[in-house]
Structures are given as C-alpha cells and as structure tokens.
Design a protein around this ligand. Structure first.
Ligand code: C2E
Ligand code: CA
Ligand code: CA
Ligand code: CA
Length: 279
C-alpha cells in the first residue's frame, strides 16, 4: 500500500501477502475439490433427552484435502460463500444428504430425519425451491424427512424475499429451523410472519448456562417463547451433564452436542441407526 512507509504497514506486509496467497491457493483447491470428490458428510445425532429417542441428525460437510488432510467447514465455508462456490457445494451437500437417506432406507434402516445447513447465498437463488424439488424427486425422499437450517442472520437479510422463499419451501412440506438463534440481533417479529417450525439455541448461550445467570435467563425466555409460539426448540453445543440437566429443567428436551455424540462418520452413524429408537 502507498501509506506503507507512514503507518508501518510494511512490517506486516510479508505476513499479509502470505495470508492472501494462502487464501488464493485454498480457493483454487476448493474449486477442484468438487470435481475431485473430496467432500464428505458427517452426521451429528439430535436427541430427545426426556424421551430418550433420536430426533434426527445434522449433516455437516468436511473436506478431505489431498495435502492438508481434513479441513473443517469453519475454514472453507466462508471462502465458499465469498467466492460463490457455496452454490455448487451447497447443491452437492443437499443431494448427498438425500442420497444417503435413500440408501439407508433401501438398506432397511429406520427413516431418520436429516437437517441440512443452507447458506443465505443458496437460499437467495431464484431457482432454489426448484432445485430442492428436483433433488427430492430424483432421490424419492419424503420432504418431511428433510429440514433446512438457516441462520437468523441470513433470514433477516431481505425479509420480504425471505417470506416468499420460505412459503415456497413450505409448499414442498419441508421443515425450517432457525439456526444460531439469538445471535442475529434482530427483531423477533419475524417469528410470527415467517413459516418456521423449529429454533436452535446457539451454542454461545448453552456454553455458560450453568455459570452465567444472564445466559440462563435468555435460554429460559427462548424456551418459554418457543412453547407459546408452538415452535420446537433444540439446544446445540451441549457438552456437560450439568448443562443437560439445566436445559431439561428449563423445558428444553431436544439437544445436540458432544455430551451425546460428536459428528459421526457415516459407518458409525449407521451403526447407531441400527439399534436406536427414533422419536
Ligand atoms: P453450525 O450449523 O452451528 O453447526 C454446529 C457446529 O457445532 C458443528 O461444527 C459441530 O461439530 C459443532 N458442535 C456440535 N456439538 C458441539 C459441542 O458440544 N461442542 C462444540 N464445541 N461444538 C459442537 P462444524 O461441523 O465444524 O461446522 C461449523 C459450521 O460450518 C456450522 O455451524 C455451519 O455454520 C457450517 N457448515 C457445516 N456444514 C455446512 C454445510 O453443509 N453447508 C453450509 N452452508 N454450512 C455448513
Ligand atoms: Ca446448523
Ligand atoms: Ca448452529
Ligand atoms: Ca452455532
């Protein structure tokens, strides 16, 4: 930069160059990764703790990079979003999740529900509902076995467009989950206008629920509101028995977190499916 001499940026520039270079390389290999079939899904069970049964599972994408090994979505999803690659990648995830449901059903396993994360960029695509419809038809999956997780932030970006897009998805009979609930700094009015089925309490509130009375009050209020509005509620990031017990006390029965299961490779998830009871 031209001010380099004045404000001392030049001290950082080799580092910044290296970072920029790494990003470019990662973006290039991300492009190739789809063609080379380097992505795969893991499945994290969602449990109804009170009822002791399996509600479903969240499909989470991973990248087996040829040189770097396993890369987690926190690293490449933001890059996929900024580069537009999230469109083909998101389509891959949706199709793979539905194909897996079909495979498992054909193998005689119980009809488990899957949650798929949908990025705002995907959801904004005008033909998104048509794509979903096509994938459901191709795989013969029942739309009611599929739910979409959309973050509060991506839902709020363009409320008008969001309502109509959500209603189109609802016509297919799909369930909508608000992901990372409580982190979007938004008005809650959308809960009444949007056709939403489920809210997922963000891990940041669950994390300190036992030590921070404010977080506890927030979770308590979210659960009470969800009950009043007839929305299902699930807590993510449950890691300890104390958190589990407190959540149950507050009336939240559906949970997801390392306390129960980490995201599982397909073989392990299928093993679980063989002897678990679905809710
Ligand atoms: P998310 O949707 O909030 O997914 C939950 C994340 O929390 C997952 O991280 C999961 O492994 C992690 N997690 C679950 N239980 C616990 C726990 O008890 N403790 C802790 N510390 N973490 C827990 P992961 O798989 O690394 O995914 C990170 C984020 O990447 C996801 O956050 C989601 O925003 C995004 N992502 C993952 N897969 C996809 C995808 O297929 N499409 C899109 N658009 N985004 C995805
Ligand atoms: Ca999610
Ligand atoms: Ca989440
Ligand atoms: Ca989260």
């Amino acid at each position: 930069a031209k001010e380099a001499g004045r404000n001392g940026y030049h001290f950082h520039s080799p580092e910044m160059n290296r970072k920029a270079h790494e990003r470019m390389e990662l973006e290039m290999s991300l492009r190739q990764a789809l063609e080379r079939d380097e992505f795969f899904l893991e499945f994290q069970p969602i449990i109804n703790v009170g009822g002791d049964c399996l509600v479903g599972a969240e499909a989470l994408v991973r990248w087996q990079h040829p040189a770097q090994g396993r890369v987690m979505p926190g690293t490449f999803i933001p890059l996929a979003e900024s580069s537009g690659l999230i469109i083909p990648l998101g389509e891959w995830v949706l199709r793979k999740a539905c194909e897996k449901m079909k495979e498992w059903r054909d193998a005689g396993l119980p009809p488990v529900k899957l949650s798929v994360n949908i990025s705002g960029r995907q959801f904004e695509q005008r033909n998104f509902t048509a794509l979903v419809d096509e994938v459901l038809k191709e795989t013969g999956v029942d739309a009611r076995a599929l739910q979409f997780e959309l973050t509060e932030t991506s839902l709020m970006k363009d409320a008008g467009a969001t309502v109509s897009a959500l209603y189109k998805l609802k016509e297919l009979d799909l369930r909508i989950v608000v992901d990372d609930f409580g982190t979007g700094y938004s008005s809650l009015a959308y809960l009444k206008n949007f056709p939403i089925d489920h809210i997922k309490i963000d891990r940041s509130f669950v994390m300190d629920i036992c030590d921070d009375p404010d977080d506890r009050s927030i979770v308590e209020a979210i659960v009470a509101m969800a009950n009043k509005l007839n929305l299902d509620v699930v807590a993510e990031g449950v890691e300890t028995r104390e958190q589990r017990d407190l959540l149950l006390d507050l009336g939240c029965h559906e949970m997801q977190g390392f306390l129960f299961h980490r995201p599982l490779p397909e073989e392990k998830f299928v093993e679980l499916l063989r002897d678990v009871r679905l809710c």
